[in-house]
Design a protein around this ligand. Structure first.
Ligand SMILES: Nc1ncnc2c1ncn2[C@@H]1O[C@H](COP(=O)(O)OP(=O)(O)OP(=O)(O)O)[C@@H](O)[C@H]1O
Length: 212
């Protein structure tokens, strides 16, 4: 049980207690603010569904809370403003990049993303999958989330860009104290970014210790 006791300061964390979704049973974990918990497991084992449950995008059992606020106590759209998911295939609603970033200009984009300021004038249809992925990360951070759910956020990036994005993400996560659940397959990436690592085995989620 990872709940704060009455009278104690609220634990600044994303807490999952006995969460049941799909074939996963009784998932419990704490993701403290400013830390990264990596989630791995075979294809189809339920990693994305678990993230969707945490984002209140999929029916599930058990309880989920963020910094003391129960998911059930908020309308889903309010919860999702605080708990922001970046899916493996990001969604884009408008034709132009700029329309997804109101109030932002290209020169405010972090250099780590590797875009020229003119990117705001680009159409979404010309973006490569890796460009979409990098912009989706920036869009998620621009929402000032308290928790981030990253589904293979560097899957479409080359090795050098992956490490640049990891360094930038980790700096933002720590500076803003964002509780982060990060789905990853690459053991080397998990070693670089994770404060803790859980792997799905069948219906169970088990902690992984050391390099595994
Ligand atoms: N809404 C749904 N209803 C029923 N089954 C679903 C639903 N969404 C996904 N599934 C199934 O649940 C299983 C887990 O899917 P999920 O997308 O979570 O896998 P994953 O671990 O993220 O896989 P990958 O690493 O390939 O992305 C899959 O067998 C999938 O077909």
């Amino acid at each position: 049980m990872v709940r704060s006791c009455p009278g104690e300061p609220v634990l600044k964390a994303l807490l999952l207690e006995g969460v049941r979704v799909g074939s996963l049973d009784e998932v419990s974990m704490a993701v403290p603010g400013g830390q990264v918990v990596c989630l791995s497991g075979p294809s189809g084992s339920g990693k994305s569904r678990l993230l969707r449950a945490v984002a209140d995008l999929e029916p599930h059992g058990g309880s989920i809370s963020l910094n003391g606020t129960d998911q059930l106590s908020l309308p889903a759209h309010q919860w999702r403003r605080r708990v922001v998911m970046v899916p493996a295939d990001s969604q884009w609603w408008f034709d132009d990049v700029a329309a997804h970033f109101p109030g932002t200009t290209g020169d405010l984009l972090p250099p780590a993303l590797g875009f020229p300021p003119e990117v705001m004038g680009w159409s979404v249809s010309r973006l490569s999958s890796g460009e979409r992925q990098r912009l989706a990360l920036w869009r998620a951070l621009a929402m000032q989330p308290e928790a981030l759910l990253l589904d293979e956020p560097t899957a479409n990036l080359d090795g050098e860009t992956t490490e640049t994005i990891e360094i930038w993400l980790l700096e933002e996560i720590r500076r803003r104290q964002i509780a982060t659940l990060w789905v990853a397959h690459d053991p080397a990436q998990i070693h670089r970014v994770a404060n803790a690592h859980y792997r799905i085995y069948g219906a169970r989620l088990e902690p992984v210790h050391g390099r595994d």
